[in-house]
Design a protein around this ligand. Structure first.
Ligand SMILES: *Cc1c(COP(=O)(O)O)cnc(C)c1O
Length: 455
């Protein structure tokens, strides 16, 4: 028994009869039918009709080592046999969680030596809210409650994560959000209509943090949270001036700096963590997705010495945790993922070879009539679709053309995702130079097919 064999049509019918998908218009999907993905290997997927598709999104930014890695399957199988589950409540622990904690401290920036485990990125950000408020209580400054985030940020979909995030559509459905979270502008140069140059714009946008701190009173501000590069918001790569200025402002007012590295962690930008790429020293790092290459769900928070020293010396119970915090099988797969990233020098390859090659191939797409801007860092990239290049004219309403382009991608055997009219991609980190060439060829074909429909 288990998973049965059926035709695409049969799957689609059962799918809409029973399965409520995440972030989906249920009625719209029922009319169209889902794409049924049946198997995968390396950087490729196959649908139930046997079509081969290049996965330019690494699943959902997570399958960094590609599909079909037997080492990860074996690590999970061995751990399932040895100890499939035990908790870390009530003063117990187990070798997989301990080993992974040590390994994370080893690959993380020097000042991050402790970890709290969760089951996902969203849960990890909920944990962050708890940790940050606990820290300031222990420090005797309980008024420091407010966390400053950014418009268009994605920090997950639990109520905590969605509150921290800056997605308007999510807030509109959420009703009352958790108090003590405010949002400032995002460093989105392409979307900016003023006349500051890139670097001046980066400084000015970071300056919004200082303006907000002064408005609220620094004595009320607990932390700032940001993705080194906003992912789900459309791969928003900030100007080089942005993050150093954010760091300076956090230091000046003593507020905690949180980097949500659920996407940028574990090699996506050619360093173990995106914070290293941007030269910042966060007090807390959220991770998930790539830590297990997506094979099993695991997330967590890397806790810097500044916070850990207070948490571990002040005593008293931290009244927070999850049944699956430090799940042994997920930890075993994470350990193997990190070992493979390290031993196969995957991250060095992204930094020195595949990242620069992807940047070059993507930059070549900028000559296309439909393309207003291309930007990449490491293996994370965006293509902005425009109606007219010079003077720049965007499509209205936003999103229809992106949607057409996303469908053209599927039709041509490529997964790219659309965010409004921005086409984003983040292929598995094991993609080769030749496969990047193939991806760029497919992307140009998708742009041509889209242009034929909309220009
Ligand atoms: C995906 C994501 C999350 C949420 O992770 P889940 O595992 O889906 O809960 C949080 N932050 C960022 C930056 C993400 O990309």
């Amino acid at each position: 028994m288990g998973v049965e064999k059926r035709t695409t049509k049969e799957w689609q019918k059962l799918d809409s009869a029973h399965y409520l998908h995440p972030f989906t218009d249920f009625k719209g999907l029922a009319q169209k039918g889902s794409r049924i993905i049946e198997k995968a290997d390396g950087i490729y997927l196959w649908d139930a009709d046997g079509n081969k598709i290049l996965d330019g999104m690494a699943g959902l930014w997570c399958v960094n080592l590609g599909y079909g890695r037997q080492e990860l399957v074996d690590a999970a199988t061995r751990q399932l046999e040895q100890l499939p589950y035990y908790n870390s409540f009530f003063q117990t622990s187990h070798p997989p969680a301990i080993t992974l904690s040590r390994l994370l401290a080893e690959v993380a920036p020097e000042h991050l030596n402790h970890v709290f485990f969760a089951g996902s990125g969203s849960e990890s950000n909920d944990t962050i809210i708890r940790l940050v408020r606990r820290y300031w209580q222990l420090k005797g400054q309980p008024d420091r409650q407010t966390i400053i985030s950014r418009v268009n940020a994605y920090h997950g979909s639990t109520i905590g994560g969605a509150t921290l995030g800056g997605m308007k559509g999510m807030h509109d459905q959420l009703g009352l959000t958790i108090p003590g979270v405010v949002h400032i502008e995002q460093p989105y140069w392409f979307g900016y209509k003023g006349d500051l140059d890139r670097d001046a714009f980066g400084l000015d946008t970071a300056g919004a943090l200082e303006r907000k701190i002064l408005e609220l009173g620094a004595e009320n501000v607990a932390a700032f949270i940001g993705e080194p590069i906003q992912g789900a918001g459309g791969v928003i790569i900030p100007p080089a001036t942005y993050w150093p200025e954010i760091q300076r402002i956090c230091d000046k007012y003593g507020i905690l700096l949180i980097a949500d590295e659920v996407i940028t962690g574990f090699g996506r930008l050619g360093e173990w963590f995106g914070s290293q790429h941007f030269g910042i020293k966060p007090d807390l790092i959220t991770f998930a997705k790539g830590v297990t290459s997506g094979y099993l769900p695991l997330g967590g928070v890397l806790v810097g010495d500044r916070v850990a020293d207070v948490l571990t010396t002040d005593g008293g119970e931290f009244t927070h945790g999850y049944t699956y915090s430090g799940h042994p099988v997920c930890c075993a797969v994470a350990i193997k993922t990190i070992e493979l990233l390290r031993d196969e020098k995957v991250i060095e390859q992204v930094k020195n070879v595949t990242g620069p090659h992807y940047a070059k191939r993507w930059a070549e797409l900028a000559d296309h009539p439909l393309v207003g801007e291309v930007r990449t860092t490491g293996l994370m990239g965006a293509i902005e679709l425009v109606k007219n290049k010079q003077p720049r004219e965007l499509f209205a309403p936003t999103g229809d053309v992106g949607f057409i382009c996303r469908n053209a991608c599927f039709a041509n055997g490529l997964v790219m995702r659309s965010v409004g009219d921005t086409m984003i991609s983040a292929p598995p980190l094991v993609i080769t130079v030749e496969q990047i060439d193939e991806m760029a060829r497919l992307a140009r074909k998708c742009l041509d097919d889209t242009a034929a429909q909309v220009l």
